[in-house]
Write a protein of this length. Sequence first.
Length: 277
Amino acid sequence: MNRRDFLKVSGLAAAGLASTGVYFLGYKNFAREIVLQRLQLPITNLPDALEGFRIVQLSDIHLGSMTEIELVQQAVAVTNSLEPDLIVLTGDYIWLEVESIFDLAPELAKLDARQGVVSVVGNHDVRGGVDLIKSGFQEAGLPLYINQGVPLPVGNSHLHLACLDDARNGRPDIDAAMENWLPGSPVVLLLHEPDPADYFSSDTRISVQLSGHSHGGQVRLPGMGPLYLPILGRKYDYRLYRVNGMWLYTNPGIGMVGVPLRYNCPPEITEFSLVCA
């Protein structure tokens, strides 16, 4: 049995055990119930033109046997209904079958925001084959940035998006992503894994880091917390943190891996409004 078949069989076995446990404990599977989380992020010295600027984040879609395309379509519809200024995608678009990017990317291309869509890669994307991920995005007309900076003009100011490579399987380069930074522009760092915030928060130019990766644990039991967390997603595993003066948000994602189950941690679309501190 090859690695991919082993993962599928193991996943099905784990799914059966988890689903049985949830059934007997009376817990509900929230895997298909997308929630909308709305937050204000106070930013020091925020330019007037960026007051109220709204960013919507989607993460960890993992299209495949556990995440159906209908859930993605629902997430796209909800996101578009918010009429955001910007949409950011923070990686892990596929799970086992990297070719599924060619089914996913056309759906993501339907996302609509005033300033467009900005995307970075996750560990599954890099491990599965980042060149194929790039091809899927390119065919759909979606931008994908790896260690690049995107100075976004907003009125008479700019918002700088520092888009990093995956921290676990790639080579993030903050210097490259900040190379074209315009002094005075607030910086939003897009990085798939949250825990490197301890390092990146030392750069005082960065106001916000948006990440995913952990799935919030996917299953969070009362009194126990998450049953499992991945490497680089164990310290800052869920929701909003303040790290050395920088905001960090860990989005629990849309999709699933391992087991087709979410408990106490539903799939989430997150809307951030930037406000002056």
